[in-house]
Design a protein around this ligand. Structure first.
Ligand SMILES: [Fe+2]
Length: 326
């Protein structure tokens, strides 16, 4: 089988698992959200996602492949665990929103990879399907991004302490995310395909370290401190994901998509923090969040420009994609 066909099959198997995860995420999110208009957005995308899964399943059969039960089950279990984490605490609406947007970005990146592989193989119909689904995912990501103010209002309504306590809690969350990012880029970055992507990961590791220091300084000004338990837990999760990626010999392009979603996780968390700080009248925290947000946007755009290079670099590293197993 030609390398391109194997690559297409590889993306379709992975995308089937992603759609399975998305269905779990959307069903749980729809059941815990009590805002009718957002629940409607989630229900609409749930229906779209069921169609996406059916399309991917049909396309996979068309190239002689089949779903990977191991990948599907692993993805679903992973998503359930994360949803338990996001659905507790007064900031659950914000965490759910941040995670949901990052998940859409993961799908957007993966369908972009599939479309690119399909075009390269001259499979125009497959490329059209990839583009159509990616357009749906982009539209959902844009719809979710209109709910930031609602998430801020929800955390205000549910908070146990004052505005300052809520800001400290959110600063701790963003600090823990930066810890996770630093660990991911330090460990998984070494497995990225190609020197350009590895250089990007090295730069991001330094940037995450710098961001952690700035967030910690602001926490201390507010008489708070990072949540070492949370940072340790999220750093450990980053290390576990890195390990999971590094043991897969052909995971470079998928890992790049995952890191792209990780960047967007931080973008959304900072967007939320900036709005919370503005609402609380805390200008120093707002200015810090906005500065970090600009950096995170720039880093996400930088990685977006490199996404497709991961596919090419994977080919260079693993010219015999016939070793791929699903
Ligand atoms: Fe989606």
């Amino acid at each position: 089988m030609a390398a391109n066909e194997l690559e297409i099959k590889r993306w379709l198997v992975g995308l089937h698992a992603l759609e399975e995860q998305a269905l779990v995420q959307l069903r749980v999110a729809r059941s815990i959200v009590d805002e009718p208009a957002l629940a409607w957005d989630l229900a609409s995308h749930l229906a779209e996602t069921e169609r996406h899964r059916a399309t991917v399943s049909r396309l996979l059969s068309g190239v002689g492949g089949s779903r990977s039960w191991v990948q599907d089950l692993g993805a679903t279990t992973n998503r359930l665990g994360f949803l338990v984490y996001t659905s507790v605490g007064p900031d659950s609406a914000g965490k759910l929103l941040v995670d949901s947007i990052a998940y859409e970005q993961l799908e957007i990146a993966a369908y972009r990879m599939l479309g690119h592989a399909a075009s390269a193989a001259g499979q125009d119909e497959l490329a059209r399907h990839a583009l159509a689904i990616r357009t749906d995912e982009q539209a959902m990501a844009a719809r979710l991004a209109t709910w930031f103010d609602w998430a801020v209002a929800e955390s205000t309504r549910r908070r146990r302490g004052g505005a300052r306590a809520e800001l400290v809690r959110h600063l701790r969350y963003v600090h823990a995310l930066a810890t996770q990012g630093e660990v991911l880029f330090a460990l998984a970055g070494r497995s990225l395909p190609g020197a350009t992507l590895r250089a990007y990961a090295f730069k991001q590791r330094q940037a995450m370290r710098d961001q952690r220091a700035r967030l910690r300084a602001r926490l201390e000004e507010l008489s708070g401190c990072p949540s070492w338990t949370r940072s340790l837990a999220m750093g450990t999760a980053g290390a576990a994901w890195s390990l999971a990626w590094t043991v897969q010999p052909d995971a470079g392009a998928k890992l790049t998509c995952f890191l792209f979603a990780e960047r967007h996780l931080q973008v959304s968390a900072l967007e939320l923090l900036a709005r919370e700080a503005r609402g609380a009248g805390d200008e120093p925290t707002q200015l810090l969040a906005e500065a970090l947000l600009r950096e995170a946007h720039s880093a996400a755009s930088g990685l977006e420009a490199l996404l497709l290079s991961a596919n090419h670099a994977d080919h260079a590293l693993h010219p015999d994609l016939g070793t791929f197993r699903n």
